[in-house]
Design a protein around this ligand. Structure first.
Ligand code: ZN
Ligand code: ZN
Length: 273
């Protein structure tokens, strides 16, 4: 393994299962050089997976204490996973992961998550988009494009999360010209905007998909366009903190990547593959 860092880490302040300190200890055990916390930003319309406003304050204090306690052992960064529909002050964080988890229905103005349950995604398509799955996909990638080009997070999170519940093309055909064209355009825009794109193994660890986000063909296209990637596990438990990093390094090498980014206190560094 060449990558000794994970900048996408959740804790019990949001939907993670462990304390922040447990995740720090797991990272040190793995020999990590840095660990970035990325609690879910507060979304007022859906507050059961994200940090509360009060919890966000305590999260920041807790991470600051851990930074002091483990100084010299590991670099700890206090970041946030910035949902597209959340309001945050980017200045308050060491870094941001810009993530799209919802689409907004043009019919009723409601927010529907695209990564929670099969039933909820089904409802999103039927009720939110009158059964027009193409329109839902377009709305998702429009949000991704806006996140990359206008919100400009430090890292662009799980680019094609919309695939999470789509194993076996359950809701849409990932090989259809329409899907390929919408997603191709989005990756082009993101790379043009200079986005550092996350290669995220969270869906693999949880058994939803057998490839990381984004899918291989998107990574290939990103490589061709000259884009950069950073590998993360989107860890919610200590066991997954470096999940499949070896396999992903292999995959990226095969796709022609010579290096990946890693995040440190001083900013991005490049790690040779
Ligand atoms: Zn996410
Ligand atoms: Zn996450």
């Amino acid at each position: 393994m060449r990558i000794y860092s994970n900048m996408h880490t959740h804790t019990s302040f949001c939907d993670g299962k462990e304390s922040a300190e447990t995740m720090v200890k797991a990272a040190i055990e793995k020999g990590f050089k840095s660990l970035g916390f990325s609690g879910h930003s507060y979304t007022p319309f859906d507050d059961d997976y994200c940090m509360s406003l009060e919890g966000t304050r305590r999260y920041r204090e807790t991470v600051a204490d851990l930074q002091k306690k483990y100084e010299g052992e590991i670099e700890i960064l206090c970041g946030i996973e910035w949902d597209y529909y959340a309001n945050i002050n980017t200045q308050e964080w060491d870094y941001t992961i810009g993530s799209v988890h919802y689409v907004k229905s043009p019919r009723n103005g409601r927010y529907y998550d695209v990564d929670y349950t099969y039933d909820k995604l089904d409802l999103c398509i039927r009720e939110g988009f009158a059964g027009d799955v193409g329109a839902m996909i377009k709305a998702y990638y429009d949000n991704v494009i806006d996140m990359a080009c206008n919100c400009r997070p430090t890292v662009l999170g799980h680019f094609d999360l919309i695939r999470k519940l789509n194993m076996g093309n359950r809701f849409f055909n990932e090989n259809s010209p329409k899907y390929l064209s919408i997603a191709s355009n989005a990756i082009e825009q993101a790379v043009k905007a200079g986005a550092i794109v996350e290669v995220n193994t969270g869906g693999m660890f949880r058994g939803y998909c057998d490839t990381p986000y984004p899918d291989d063909w998107i990574l290939k296209s990103l490589k061709k366009l000259g884009g950069s990637v950073i590998v993360s596990s989107d860890a919610h438990v200590r066991q997954s903190i470096d999940y499949a990093f070896d396999d992903i390094e292999d995959k990226l090498r095969k796709l022609g990547f010579k290096e990946v980014k890693e995040l440190r206190k001083s900013g991005f560094i490049s790690t040779k593959l």
